[in-house]
Each structure stands twice: as C-alpha cells, then as structure tokens.
Design a protein around this ligand. Structure first.
Ligand SMILES: N[C@@H](CCC(=O)N[C@@H](CS)C(=O)NCC(=O)O)C(=O)O
Length: 213
C-alpha cells in the first residue's frame, strides 16, 4: 500500500496511527501542502478533492477521506481490531472519530486558515478565539464523552479509532494554542498513546518530510 500525505496533516496522521497499530507495511509519498502539491494535476487525478490523505491499496485502488480509509483497513485487515467488540462502545468510538473529523479538525485546515486570514482579515488573536470556540467546543464534547471511561485509552485498555483520531487532534490543538485546561482525561490519553511505539512511529516529527521544530 502507499499512503499519500503530509507530515503535519492530522487526517494523514490518523491513517498512519491505524496502519501502525495494525502492523501494516506501507510506502509513504509526501504531498507538500505548503507548496500546493495537493492541487497539482497529478495529485488531483488521485483525489479530485485536492486533500490528503489518499491511500493506494495493494490492488491499485485509491481511497480518500480518513474515516473511509480507516474503515477499509478495519474490514480488510481485521486482526488487531480498532473498533470495540461491544456495539455501544463501537458507536461511541465512531462518534468520537466523527466529532474530531467533522466538528473539530476542519476549522484548523490550511485552506480554512488561509481564507480567514486572507479573505476575512482575521488577525492571530481572532483566529485563536474562533478556533477556541469551534474546535475547542468539539474537544470539550469529546472530554465529556470519555470522562467516565476507565483505562489508559479513550475507551478502555485497547486502542481504538477514537485514539487514532484523538491524538492527531490534540497535536493540532497544542500547535494552535487551543485552551485545554478542562481536558484532563484527553491529555492523559494523549500522553499514554504517545508513550507507545506505534504512535511514536506515526508521529509527524518521525516522517521523512518533517520539518524539524
Ligand atoms: N475530511 C478529510 C479531511 C482531509 C483534510 O482536510 N486534509 C488536509 C490536511 S489535514 C488537506 O489536505 N488540506 C489541504 C488544503 O487545505 O489545501 C479527511 O478526513 O480525510
């Protein structure tokens, strides 16, 4: 398999975590978002949406959208499942992934940030308060969903898709200076995940296209 992505893209980071947790081998082809390579004709042929990640399967199909890619990996490679056995917990894991992918991360996206700064004249403070309201609000919902869960991960003692989505979101939240003073359980899960080899291998700073920082 080949993963097209960008080191600091949180949606790519989700897929890397899922693949690492499942022990899958894959090649990685960087798409430099800052240089606009996601809009090149070659990449648009792979993903007409002009977004990373895209995953080329062993059969040569190109899959897009991190939720769909992770669900594909779960179906095609069911060993080391990333969805809980219990149906209610499974729904909760999917809900956490959906809150992050649909309601927290999109506001941090490069094209949205560029729009705010270039077309809405948002300065750094305005961007930060906007992000705190919308992304921070979604993170608060995740915190309340997992607050009473036991175990070192979002939902118990095994990593699930909830962790694969939460860790990149937290990485982005720290980068964008989102207020996390009321996210104690999220922070504990984040620290635990980052102590594990699979999460370390998936970390943005450990990618070949990373800019050391
Ligand atoms: N909903 C998509 C989001 C993909 C996405 O937003 N990718 C970002 C990087 S995290 C991107 O390619 N941005 C390029 C741009 O904004 O031009 C997914 O989950 O895969």
């Amino acid at each position: 398999m080949k993963l097209f992505g960008y080191w600091r893209s949180s949606a790519t980071y989700r897929v890397r975590i899922a693949m690492e947790l499942k022990g899958l081998e894959f090649d990685y082809e960087p798409v430099n978002l800052l240089k606009g390579e996601q809009r090149s004709p070659a990449f648009l042929r792979r993903n007409p949406q002009g977004l990373v990640p895209a995953l080329q399967t062993k059969e040569g199909a190109i899959l897009t959208q991190s939720i769909a890619i992770v669900e594909f990996l779960e179906e095609r490679y069911p060993e080391t499942p990333l969805l809980p056995h219990d149906a209610e917990q499974r729904a909760k894991a999917r809900a956490i992934a959906a809150i992050i992918a649909c309601e927290a991360q999109p506001f941090m996206n490069l094209r949205i940030q560029t729009y705010l700064k270039e077309e809405c004249d948002f300065d750094a403070d305005a961007v930060k308060s906007w992000l705190n309201r919308w992304s921070g609000g979604a993170m608060a919902s995740v915190e309340s969903l997992i607050a009473r869960e036991k175990g070192p991960f979002c939902l118990g003692d095994k990593p699930t898709v909830a962790d694969a989505f939460l860790v990149p979101q937290m990485f982005g939240a720290l980068r964008f200076g989102i207020d996390l003073s009321k996210a104690a359980r999220i922070k504990a899960v984040y620290d635990h995940c980052n102590s594990l080899d699979a999460f370390k291998r998936a970390h943005p700073q450990n990618q070949p296209d990373a800019i050391p920082g």
